[in-house]
Design a protein around this ligand. Structure first.
Ligand code: NOJ
Length: 556
């Protein structure tokens, strides 16, 4: 029996939260680190393994905190470094890890490095902390990413008398990684948070670190070389720290970040789009191909699998997924088109699905059972709504609904002080859709997530098993087996196991035959309720109701 201590992040379930919108402990209307610490028992009960905090650093907040003015301290609204230490300590006591957002590519224009660069003479290292030009014609093949807000990647600065590069908003100048001093400074930032005890980093916008004429300026060899340096630096700490890449690219382009000496995991945003398209048109073929391809590119459990996050639902410009996938999604979800922002749909999951819990649970049942790191966005465990009409991506970032209390129990501050308005729209009102109410209703979405995550904990095959597709006789039914060998992680013996998953992607019931010949004669027990099915056979029959799914444990 192999005896290996697996890295903590293998197959872990990540809960993403926005610190300003999660829970306000000091009653000033803004969520804070102490508020997160108070809610750790809830997250432990829910059954997640790690929490990912979007940026917690000082920032003028013109891009949700991704515009940073100091990489090694905490935004005063959220607390201070003692609060970070306490959160880490308490999260560990509750059996969870903490992943910080590390924004490598850019700073705020208010960062002292940028202010110093403006006044520094041309050609000095200080000026060259950022990317400057005398005209705005450089890197013409690099697309403008935030096209709803920006028309160019260059912005003129009067003091410097030059244009600076910004791949995101004009107040977020790109750091110049060709300057060795920039690389050193950013590695020091990593050291700082490693010393503090961070368990992982979600690396924002990794493809864009270096630039080259005649390219899209994404994933250049120099960028990979720096990421390898970063990995080596993290390894030198001797700690088991997750490096998770945000690269909104097809898997062929994001796979290189997962080379063995580079990053551990990367989001598969193409899969996210395919999941929505499959539910929109009720077909499993393109989704199956997408899954198979991702596993061919990087086998195992290294793809992070989000349904939604704090940004728009990225569909891209035909580069991430083909145009027909985008059209399928836009035609499949009523109203999706009106919510288009930048490169995707600016809606939360539940309202995008029109409040229908069936596709919602199906999509989660898929990410919880596919090889990888499932990512759950705060509030989606409740089916929380959004506030269309708020600026930028704020519709998806409103306060967590904890209870029927004023402000959904998020904060005791008077309404005008709240960071964003709690949801009161019909069907999603916090007086109905909240943690307190849903914990009391056995059939609630929240209790469903709790049950699914508890089951998943008991099924190591879903955590680190391999995946084999199973032929299904129905175009709407996706079926796969997850199998793992027996192993010991040094603390406990984990059994060999196979779990077979079937999912009906359509809104009508589906009868199907599944070829289960490899398990001929074996017991088939449904894992959530323990119901016994007929033994496996080459022409096994199953009926799945609309958007239904099963996880079957294969027995002796
Ligand atoms: C990706 C983040 O998810 C997004 O919110 C941010 O605006 C950009 N990177 C720029 O940092």
């Amino acid at each position: 029996m192999p005896n290996v201590k697996p890295p903590w992040w293998e197959g872990c379930v990540i809960y993403q939260l926005m610190p300003r919108s999660f829970h306000d402990a000091d009653g000033n209307g803004i969520g804070d680190l102490a508020g997160i610490t108070q809610k750790l028992p809830y997250l432990e009960w829910l059954g997640v393994d790690a929490i990912w905090l979007t940026p917690i650093y000082p920032s003028p907040l013109r891009d949700g905190g991704y515009d940073i003015t100091d990489f090694t301290s905490v935004h005063p609204d959220l607390g201070d470094l003692r609060d970070v230490r306490l959160l880490l300590e308490q999260a560990h006591i509750h059996g969870m890890r903490v992943i910080l957002d590390l924004v490598l590519n850019h700073t705020s224009v208010l960062h002292p490095w940028f202010q110093r660069a403006l006044w520094a003479p041309k050609g000095t290292s200080e000026r060259d902390f950022y990317v400057w030009r005398d005209d705005d014609q450089g890197y013409a093949d690099a697309p403008v990413l935030f096209r709803h807000f920006e028309a160019s990647n260059w912005e003129w600065n009067e003091v410097a008398g030059q244009f600076y590069l910004h791949r995101f908003l004009r107040h977020q100048p790109d750091l110049n990684y060709a300057n060795p001093a920039v690389q050193e400074e950013m590695l020091k930032v990593v050291d700082f948070w490693l010393d503090m005890g961070a368990d992982g980093f979600r690396l924002d916008a990794v493809p864009f670190l270096f630039e080259a004429e005649g390219s899209r300026c994404e994933g250049l060899p120099e960028t990979h070389a720096f990421l390898r340096r970063l990995r080596a630096r993290v390894e030198s700490s001797g700690r088991d720290v997750l490096l998770l890449a945000e690269a909104i690219q097809p898997v062929d382009e994001s796979a290189p970040y997962l080379a063995n000496d580079e990053l551990h995991a990367a989001f598969d945003f193409g899969l996210t789009a395919h999941l929505f398209a499959a539910v929109a048109n009720g077909r499993s073929d393109a989704l199956r191909d997408c899954l198979t391809h991702a596993q061919e590119m990087v086998p195992g459990c290294r793809w992070a699998l989000p349904l939604r996050n704090h940004d728009e639902l990225w569909l891209g410009d035909g580069h991430l997924v083909p145009d027909e996938v985008v059209e399928t999604i836009l035609n499949g979800f009523p109203g999706a088109r009106e919510h288009w922002l930048n490169w995707g749909i600016n809606r939360r999951l539940a309202p995008l699905l029109n409040g229908d819990a069936r596709p919602n649970t199906l999509l989660h049942a898929l990410i919880y059972s596919l090889p990888g790191l499932p990512c759950l966005y705060y509030g989606d465990e409740l089916g929380m709504g959004d506030w269309p009409g708020l600026r930028d991506r704020d519709p998806n970032r409103t306060p967590m609904a904890w209870s029927r209390a004023p402000n959904g129990g998020f904060s005791s501050a008077p309404d005008p002080l709240l960071v964003l308005p709690p949801i009161t729209s019909p069907g999603f009102d916090y007086r109905v859709v909240n943690v307190e109410v849903q914990q009391q209703l056995s059939g609630s979405l929240l209790n469903w997530h709790h049950r699914m995550l508890t089951s998943r904990r008991l099924l190591p095959a879903l955590r680190y098993g391999d995946m084999v597709m199973i032929e299904s006789g129905h175009p709407s039914v996706l079926c796969y087996a997850r199998s793992c060998q027996e192993r010991s992680d040094g603390e406990e013996n984990l059994p060999a196991m196979t779990v077979i998953v079937a999912a009906n992607l359509s809104g009508t019931g589906a009868s199907t035959r599944l070829d289960l010949s490899p398990w001929q004669g074996h017991r088939m027990r449904e894992t959530l309720w323990g119901c016994e099915f007929a033994p496996a056979s080459p022409e096994w029959f199953a009926y799945l109701h609309a958007y239904g799914f099963f996880w079957w444990l294969v027995g002796e």
